[in-house]
Write a protein that binds this ligand. Structure first.
Ligand SMILES: [Zn+2]
Length: 572
């Protein structure tokens, strides 16, 4: 997962994808009670209040595949486990690091040599996949596997992951307990160590491993299975998933895909023996707004009351004094997390559990809930548009007035909002400052207030992405099949020997983005999910030193992909 992106569906503005490294998953991992979510079973909204049905964190009926030759082996067989570990470790040992700025593969193939080594490794490691599936290399480095189904009238199902990993900072190598590209396995803890173990070679290898097993078991899908593996997700997928998305759209068209499963939320512990799966069913939007204050130059010995730097400072102060209001509706998948935590968890204060559960019917409780979560730095940005002034430039010399001062505000847009609402909100605040200092004002080159002798302020939205369409979870057989499969994998697989465990499936949200932003046209059923228990410690190390996962989490990932492919083919 990554925090920013470039060429944006539904947007033609600008290029970015630089330096936005913060893992989206960190947000989820640091929640006081973990990153859980729930299942929206009704529609109610906070501002414009409507109740159809209160949300519930109910237990789902596990969906057992009837073709299940390898399931027990995946969970129980020590030899399989060792072989699976070797496959994952080998993948981690190939350092497919991606930088913020990367050349087009056609211009510099050598730049991607580790990726080509990785391709060879996959061919050796998964011989049946490479014998029976069609492999296309899109833009030289993307891998697109197609397992042809027997019924061409059915939309293919699509599994994705990315080949690239966040670079290891050379200054931090000695902080790693085990070397970052060792793929070291520690028997005492069951942890596999190394960059990419959690984000997300575990998923990539898990997908190919499950298909290799299904081929070995003689499974023949009715519905084609596509595996699409980008190579620069950590720098916004500009060269990778972006081109894959266009390629797949050309081939399959609007809603031509049954569902997309990509990296995302995992299994969270809510309390003693209580776990919930938290697939992410939406993503926040994005916009960078560049503000330029242009004023008169001149000698610093005869300055105006406010230089362009002073005006910019006033603007920034005003923006920061006005954070976006939280919006909180049933549309926000995070409410699912809250409902499950309230119903079944033991980590929230009881007054808050009550507030969450009564929110649909009781305005006071609703307000209490919103203010509680708005006060939590780890949660509040899941309920509102965030703003961060990230860049500022102005002035070059002690005795020359700065003619131009520029700063940039980065916004992650609330799932209930939009790019235009965000721009409008900023513009309204900026207008008050323009009036205060008697400046002109422009939005994207269009005059709003004529420039004055003092100068003018320009507002340029530079890169934008609307919030992702929210994947349907109500009255959606596609969601039900997906959730039922997860329930089975954990209730009857991963937690089979812990019958006291309660397990739920919900929806969730984190603040960052994935490659799925290039796949919106292909399907409305996009699930960002990794079928493994995410301990808080694991979340903290993604994108950082000491990235690691439990091997048991890799096995549950393999089992999930295996069962999901079978269930889709048997039931959908
Ligand atoms: Zn990732």
């Amino acid at each position: 997962m990554q925090g920013g992106y470039d060429k944006l569906p539904g947007s033609d503005s600008g290029r970015f994808g630089q330096g936005l490294k913060k893992s989206a998953m960190l947000a989820a991992g640091t929640l006081a009670f973990g990153a859980i979510a729930w299942r929206a079973t009704g529609d109610w909204s906070f501002g414009n209040f409507q109740v159809q049905e209160a949300p519930k964190c109910g237990r789902i009926e596990p969906l057992k595949p009837s073709f299940n030759k390898s399931i027990e082996m995946i969970f129980e067989d020590a030899t399989f486990r060792d072989e699976s570990l070797a496959k994952l470790s080998g993948a981690v040992r190939i350092p497919t690091e991606i930088q913020d700025v990367n050349p087009q593969p056609a211009d510099d193939l050598d730049y991607y040599k580790e990726f080509f080594r990785f391709h060879e490794y996959l061919a050796q490691t998964f011989p049946l996949v490479h014998k029976h599936l069609k492999l296309e290399k899109v833009n030289h480095v993307n891998l697109l596997y197609t397992w042809e189904g027997s019924d061409a009238s059915l939309e293919p199902m699509m599994l994705t992951a990315h080949q690239d990993v966040v670079p290891v900072n050379p200054d931090t190598v000695d902080q790693w307990t085990f070397p970052p590209f060792s793929g070291h396995y520690d028997n005492a803890t069951d942890y596999v160590w190394g960059r990419g173990t959690g984000d997300c070679k575990n998923l990539l290898i898990g997908e190919l491993e499950a298909i290799e097993l299904l081929l070995k078991d003689g499974f023949q899908p009715r519905r084609s299975v596509i595996v699409a593996l980008g190579f620069d997700e950590e720098s916004s997928g500009i060269l990778g998933a972006n081109t894959l998305g266009d390629f797949l759209y050309e081939r399959y068209g609007d809603n031509g895909i049954y569902s997309v499963v990509d990296e995302g939320g995992g299994i969270i512990q809510l309390g003693k023996n209580v776990f919930v799966a938290a697939p992410i069913t939406a993503e926040k939007g994005y916009v960078d707004i560049e503000v330029t204050v242009s004023g008169a130059g001149g000698h610093s010995s005869v300055p105006p009351d406010h230089t362009t730097i002073g005006v910019a400072a006033d603007l920034i102060t005003l923006l920061e004094a006005n954070p976006f209001e939280p919006t909180f509706t049933s549309k926000n998948p995070i409410y699912g997390l809250l409902t499950c935590a309230a119903e079944h968890g033991d980590k929230l204060p009881s007054s808050m559990r009550k507030a969450i559960l009564q929110a649909p019917h009781d305005k006071k409780q609703r307000e209490k809930m919103v203010s509680f979560f708005s006060a939590d730095k780890r949660l509040r940005d899941l309920l509102r548009t965030s703003q961060a002034v990230d860049i500022i430039k102005g002035g070059i010399k002690a005795n020359a007035l700065p003619e131009v001062t520029t700063f940039l505000v980065n916004h992650r847009i609330d799932v209930n909002s939009s790019v235009s609402q965000t721009v409008e909100r900023d513009l309204a605040l900026i207008k008050t400052v323009a009036e205060k200092f008697n400046y002109g004002l422009f939005l994207a080159g269009e005059e709003i207030i004529p420039p004055t002798k003092a100068g003018f302020i320009s507002v340029e939205p530079q890169k934008s992405l609307e919030p992702a369409p929210i994947s349907p979870t109500v009255d959606s057989p596609t969601w039900d099949l997906f959730a039922g499969t997860i329930q089975n994998v954990f209730q009857n697989g991963h937690f089979k020997h812990e019958p006291d465990t309660e397990f739920y499936v919900a929806t969730s949200l984190v603040s960052g983005n994935t490659d799925t932003k290039y796949y919106w046209r292909l399907t409305k059923n996009i699930y960002r999910f990794m079928a493994m228990v995410m301990e808080a410690d694991i979340m903290r190390t993604i994108h950082s030193v000491n990235e690691h996962i439990p091997m048991s989490g890799h096995l549950s990932t393999v089992a999930f992909v295996y069962e999901y492919i079978v269930n889709v083919n048997e039931q959908a």
